[in-house]
Design a protein around this ligand. Sequence first.
Ligand code: 3PG
Length: 420
Amino acid sequence: MGRVLTLDDVRLDGRTVLVRVDINSPLDPVTNVFLDDTRIRRILPTLNRLSKSKVVLLVHQSRPGKKDFTSTLGHSRELGRLLGRNVRWIEDIHGEVALKAIETMEDGDIIMLDNVRMDEQEVSVKGDFDALSETTLVQNLAGVADAFVNDAFACAHRSSASIVGFTHLLPCIAGDLMGHELAKLREALENPVRPAIAVLGGIKVDDSVIVADNMLRKGICDHVWVTGGVANLFLELAGIELGSINHEFLKNELGDSWDDTVMMATRLLADFPECILMPSDVAANVEGNRVDLSLSQLPIEAPIFDLGITSIRALSKAIKTAGTIILNGPAGVFELPDFALGTVEMLNACAETDGYAVIGGGHTATLVSQRGLMDRMGHVSTGGGACLELLAGRVLPGVDSLEKSAAQFEMSIQNPLEHQ
Ligand code: 3PG
C-alpha cells in the first residue's frame, strides 16, 4: 500500500477544508427519520479534530430515482445533534449561494452542502482523476478551499467527482475513519491469526465469489463458509437441486454476471474442494412458515430463506474457534424474524469469539448496531460495497486518489500546507 497523508501530517487550523463523508443512511420511508445513525457517529472524531478549521461537508444520500434520495437537511440536523455544534445547511452544492457561504465562514464553522448527487456531473461523469477534476463541482469548490479530507470509506469504490476529482488540485488527506477502516481491514487481510475464516453471504453473489477467490488463492483464509445466496450457488454447483424457485432467483440476481460467476465458482470449488464449507441443511419459507430441511429433502418449491439449525450450530462453532473471522453479508432474510436466526447467531458468535471479527458493512453493520453488539466486534466496517471491493483485492479509487495526492504533495517544493 502506498502512503496516504493523515490529519497528523498537516496543520489545518484556520484553513478551509472540504470534507467528503459517507453518511448515506437508512431512512424511515414515511418520516425520513434516521433508522441508523452509525455512519454519522463514525465521522465525529475527524470533525472534532477539525474544530479550528472551516469545514465544508460534501455528502450524498442514496441515488437519483430512489425513494430515499433526499436533501441533506435532516443529515445536518442529526450531525449537529450528535456533534453538539451548529451545522449550517446550505441548499446548494457549488453555486453562488454555496461559494458565498464558504467565503464568509469563520474558524470553527461547519457547513453541510446539499446532496452532491443532485449535481448531474457527480452522477454522470466517469473517467480518470483529470477528467473528474474538470467538473464544475470540483473547479468551483477547489477554488475556495485549502485542502480536501476524504473520510468517506464507504464510497471509496466510486470514481466520482466529489471523491477523486480533487486529487491533483488540493492536498488530499485521509480522515480518521478512512485511516481506521484501512488499517483494520488490512490488518485482517495481511496478518490474519489462524485459523482464519471468511463467512460470505447476502445476495451480492458475484462480488462474494470474487472475495472467496481472493481469500483462498492468496491464502488469506483457511476456509470460506458460504451462507445466503452464495451458499445456494455453491450447493447447486456441488450437484444439489434446490428447486426451480431458488434456481430462478439466483439467475435473476446474477443477471449478466451469471456465466462469469459460475465459471469462477466452479474453478474455485475444483481447486479448493476442502476449503469451501457449505450448509448441510437449510430453512425454506413454506407459506410464511419456517421449515428446516436437510439437503436430502431438497429440491423444494419454496424459497430458501436461511441456514438450517445444524448448519447454524456448525458455523457458530467455527466462528468461536477461529483466530480471524471476515464476515460479509447476511446468512438469510433476517428482516423476517423467523429467518433471522442464522444471521443473528453468527453475529452473536462473532461477539463471543476470542478471535478477531471483521464485519463488512451495509445491512449486516446496521443489524450489529441494532443488537447492541458494536463494541464487542473486532471491527465493524461502515462500507458495504467498498468493503467487498477491498476484500476482493481491488484498488479503491478513493484510496488510490489519496496515495497519488500524498506522493505529489511530498514531492512539491511549495507545500500549500505546513507540515506538523
Ligand atoms: C453505500 O451505502 O454503500 C455507499 O454510500 C455507496 O452508495 P452507492 O452504492 O449508492 O454508491
